[in-house]
Design a protein around this ligand. Structure first.
Ligand code: PXL
Length: 275
């Protein structure tokens, strides 16, 4: 856009390293939708293509590590990205190549959404994948955004009661001890509220919003971490970025809460204004 003064006002460049969801709810599709709505320029590196719908994931076809490296080289050697998020990765070789490229190109504002469990809360990948998240990706992340189940997987501990907020706050400190710089632990519950816990290594903050009674939450985690990326790319402080992203995601869940697009779990839908 050319402004009145004649300066070119460019959108912030953000990159997602993610899987494709053919159902359009999560992954790459959720990230790019969020970024279009928030006025960011979205770049995308595909780790895998999934054949899925609102009911089930039928198949996953992984990209080769070489092809992921080629995609990363292509976008980072030319456009560059002010903030980057990782989503579905699922293979140790892919984690290693992504970690090595992120180091090579020196991006600082990296959000790692540790996609490790399915929506039923079952771990999707091997122990080696968990381990590589901890040793290779977490040290590069500025923020990690696990939900309650993913927190348990990362820490190799029992699944906590989501209503036990002091326990969740403690687990956030454990993730920090394990090497995460900043943690947004999603999916706590307190009566009628959903509570995300943000821990920056010093203080714990609670992000609250009213619980929305719906099964249509597919893509909520992706939308949240994508929205954090935009705020960071615009230069917001991390505590502001997670607050804005939490509110934005709450609205995205509200927008699609009563929809029935497929037979199963519906998507969240990020829009500003009326959907
Ligand atoms: O919401 C996590 C997620 C990320 N990426 C892909 C997915 C999912 C969950 O279904 O399919 C590709």
């Amino acid at each position: 856009m050319v402004t009145k003064q004649g300066f070119v006002n460019m959108p912030p460049k953000v990159l997602t390293i993610a899987g494709s969801d053919s159902g359009g709810a999560a992954g790459l599709q959720a990230d790019l939708r969020t970024w279009a709505v928030l006025g960011a320029y979205g770049l995308s590196v595909l780790t895998a293509v999934t054949a899925q719908n609102s009911v089930s994931v039928e198949r996953v076809q992984y990209m080769s590590p070489e092809f992921v490296a080629d995609q990363l080289n292509a976008v980072l050697s030319d456009y560059g990205a002010v903030a980057i998020k990782t989503g579905f990765i699922g293979q140790t070789e892919l984690i290693l190549v992504i970690a090595s490229k992120l180091q090579q190109y020196g991006c600082q504002k990296i959000v790692v959404d540790p996609v490790l469990v399915n929506h039923r809360g079952q771990p999707m990948f091997t122990e080696a994948v968990r381990w590589h998240y901890v040793v290779a990706l977490m040290p590069l992340a500025y923020l990690i955004t696990p939900n309650v189940m993913e927190t348990a997987v990362l820490l190799n501990s029992a699944v906590p009661d989501p209503t036990d907020l002091p326990r969740l706050a403690h687990l956030a400190t454990e993730l920090h001890r394990l090497g995460a710089k900043n943690i947004l632990l999603k999916g706590g519950r307190d009566g009628e509220d959903v509570v995300d816990i943000f821990y920056d290594g010093r203080t714990t903050h609670e992000l609250r919003s009213p619980y929305i009674e719906t099964e249509n939450t597919h893509g909520a985690g992706d939308t949240l971490s994508a929205a954090v990326c935009v705020a960071l790319a615009r230069g917001e402080r991390l505590d502001t970025a997670v607050y804005l992203a939490h509110q934005f995601t709450h609205q995205a869940i509200l927008n699609g809460a009563n929809w029935q697009l497929g037979a199963g779990h519906g998507p969240v839908f990020p829009v500003i204004g009326n959907p």
